[in-house]
Ligand binder design. Sequence first.
Ligand code: UD1
Ligand code: UDP
Length: 378
Amino acid sequence: MSQPKHILCIVGTRPEGIKMAPLIKALKRESWARVTVLATAQHRGLLDQVLSLFDIRPDVDLDIMRANQALPELTARLITALDEKFVELSPDVVLAQGDTTTVMTAALVAFYRRIPFGHVEAGLRTHDLDNPFPEEMNRLVAGHLARWHFVPTERSRQNLLREGIADAAIHVTGNTVIDALLEVAATDWPLDIPLDPDRRLILVTAHRRENFGEPFRAVCRAIRTLVDRHPDVEVLYPVHPNPNISAVAHELLDGHPRIRLCSPLDYAPFVEAQKRACLILTDSGGVQEEAPALGKPVLVMRSETERPEAVDEGVVRLVGTDEERIVEEASRLLDDPRAYRQMARGISPYGDGKASQRIVDVLRAALCQDASSVMGES
Ligand code: UD1
Ligand code: UDP
């Protein structure tokens, strides 16, 4: 058999850790692949949490994160640091997932160094560069530099075809987040936060840059009003450490007896919290994918989503950041059992838990001339 192919897997933030973990594990089982894991650590604590849950130890750690990092300086530092490592490691392939600054710079540096780039979770689009900001730009850049586009759904495939990407380079695999979710959700994990079993739980997360400032203040006011109007409801809100979010969340929500702010939860307890919730309010991408699979209604506090499949199925609703609209939409679900039941259907438009294996199969076929004999070995 020829030399194993050197696959460099990049992870930067919490969701990249979660979504790359099943793929890294699947690649490590392949005899034709030599896997190096590079953590940019664009997120420090949040990334460390998820990698340790999945028992992944990065081979290289760029330790990039700085407090309240601005996008231009983050981008500049990532380009320089990634380039140094790409030259030193000389991989055959670079793989990265999603639409963060880590992913956009990894794709760009791979392009400059003529290393084939595989984009995991390709083809998501809102067609609006301001929403989400800067992620829509990041995925456009990464998408146009990729050799392989691993798209979660047929809809994301169509987005790429409309942009002139060759059909043969697009592979509908499902989203690896469902691989991770199914593995973790199969176990009941302790949630070390005392919750009142007699109250209905609303789970909240928020972090989007385009919501910083007044939109996020309106979200916080809506949460308070909602809880005040529903005495049998309690809120659990693991606060993202971005200071633009955490300072405002604590200023506006601290001290309410039925609103519990806590540090970001490890992935396993967060999945447990989703399982226990009756309703989820979020601007997160990953949560829009996971919650429907767990049968939980989601109200998305954004004006647009690149994940329209669950909206079309009627299990996710876009409600924006208007205070009254959020209160009204959430109250409708809390007060009207029929409306609630219509949204609380367990469906999984983003995957079946086998996305990582499909990605491995595509890479094996593309990279191994002796693929058939290697397939027999793996
Ligand atoms: C980033 C991604 C976003 C993704 C999100 C997932 C970009 C531009 N943004 O947003 O696409 O949806 O991650 O959560 O790539 N911080 C900590 N500890 C951590 C992580 C963050 O203290 O473990 C604080 C730091 O002050 C850091 C700030 O949060 O500077 C912002 O982090 P950054 O990665 O730039 O942006 P996010 O808002 O987390
Ligand atoms: N998540 C977590 N702990 C938390 C909040 C979220 O483990 O306290 C997980 C969540 O289940 C999902 C991912 O983090 O898989 C989403 O990350 P985030 O919302 O930060 O980023 P996005 O998906 O919007 O890029």
